[in-house]
Write a protein that binds this ligand. Structure first.
Ligand SMILES: [Mg+2]
Length: 408
């Protein structure tokens, strides 16, 4: 069997800007005040690898999808004519092909992840077994998931749907927000807080915040200071009695090894679409296992194909803690891949179908074409900047930021 080609499917992953949140009938390419044709800046990138045996495999890459798509296309000649079942060898070939462009990073990791994921899908289909069966078999039959909730009402909705763990993100008044959520859902629901690695929160301010959060018995506290500040994360991990989670922006075992060796994480959060692939993720789980850390994969950037891949890894590793799930982001999550994932009692049943067990619905992927994929800077009136400081970086706005964190 030989690889004959790769198709890519890049789509806007949200309703078009100015559509009022509607997902029907939008082009996804409406003009903006800046003149840029874009809908949402969030994108999903799916790929399909074709073979001369008529078997195709699907994959998904994150890590700046618009750029990752170019990387996948640029890498494709290295795969044409290759046997898709020799996954590690092909991964090494692709990484070697990118070597002169610098460290792998999340863009390279995204391309490797999308391609490698699709190779596993092909291999599983060829052998007639689910991918988890090629990773050592199942440790568990269902995967625990958490939903996102930012208001007490939304938190109660998620609990009514069966979720038993919730995460809230953002930086505005986290203490107040967590207190409201705990009050709304009671003591039996796990809560997590994600500060998204704020570059302006000092380690000492984060310690004060963390000690205040201890009483809520969080399942984990995610990226309380800048994700580049590994020394600060290690100090916080020692100073605050809440399990610390990070890693969504990293790729390859080498980056995760350093993160764990420096004592930065109780929970590693590789993103299934950009950490380097299913086998890299399995190896990261082993690195974490060796230091008694657990894994809670990041899915915030991913669509349904990456979500399926995470289920197979989580099924096969001993230290799977919980999987992130966007339960209400937009209806395309349920339409662009089949069958859609079902959450029952806060868990997803591990699929038993050959390969990843999911197929891309191509006409749906074509409905919301890609627009502008880089994040757009909030404007001066967004509340993100202290008055008169719009031209400055957020790092110097400590007074404003402390007020947002602490409600001063
Ligand atoms: Mg995060």
């Amino acid at each position: 069997m030989k690889i004959t080609g790769i198709e890519t499917f890049l789509m806007a992953a949200g309703p078009p800007q100015g559509s009022g949140g509607k997902t029907e009938g939008g082009s996804g390419t409406m003009a903006t005040a800046t003149g840029l044709p874009f809908g949402t800046t969030r994108h999903w990138l799916f790929i399909e690898i074709h073979t001369d045996a008529g078997i195709a495999g699907v994959g998904e890459g994150s890590g700046w999808p618009l750029v990752v798509e170019a990387a996948v296309r640029d890498l494709t000649p290295n795969l044409i004519g290759e046997d898709p079942t020799h996954i590690e060898r092909l991964w090494l070939k692709l990484r070697g092909a990118m070597g002169n462009h610098g460290m792998t990073g999340t863009v390279g990791g995204g391309a490797l992840s999308a391609i490698e994921m699709a190779l596993w899908d092909i291999k599983g289909k060829v052998l007639g077994v689910p991918v988890w069966n090629l990773l050592g078999g199942k440790v568990r039959d269902r995967i625990r998931v958490y939903a996102h909730a930012s208001t007490p009402e939304h938190a109660r909705d998620c609990v009514a749907l069966g979720y038993r763990a919730l995460k809230t993100g953002g930086v505005a008044r986290p203490l107040e927000k967590v207190a409201q959520l705990r009050e709304a859902v009671g003591p039996d629901i796990d809560l997590c807080v994600d500060l998204h690695g704020p570059p302006d929160l000092t380690v000492k301010d984060a310690m004060v915040l963390g000690r205040e959060l201890e009483k809520y018995r969080l399942l984990f506290w995610e990226e309380p200071v800048s994700c580049e500040n590994w020394e600060g994360l290690a100090r916080l991990r020692d100073a605050v009695a809440i399990p610390l989670a990070t890693g969504e922006r990293l790729a390859t075992v080498w980056e995760f090894q350093r993160l764990l060796a420096q004592g930065c994480a109780d929970i590693v959060q590789p993103d299934t679409g950009r950490c380097g692939g299913i086998l890299q993720m399995r190896k990261v789980a082993a690195l974490a296992e060796a230091v008694f850390a657990t894994m809670a994969p990041h899915s915030g950037s991913l669509g349904p194909i990456g979500e399926y891949a995470a289920l197979h890894v989580m099924a096969s590793i001993p230290n799977a803690l919980i999987l992130e799930r966007f339960s209400h982001d937009w209806p395309m999550r349920e339409l662009v891949a089949t069958p859609p994932v079902q959450v029952v009692d806060g868990h997803i049943v591990v699929p038993d179908r050959p390969g990843l067990g999911v197929e891309l619905v191509k006409p749906e992927a074509a409905r919301y074409p890609s627009g502008h994929n880089a994040g757009l800077r909030p404007d001066a009136g967004s509340g993100t900047y202290e008055a008169g400081t719009f031209t400055e970086g957020v790092q110097v706005q400590t007074r404003w930021r402390r007020a947002r964190y602490f409600g001063l």
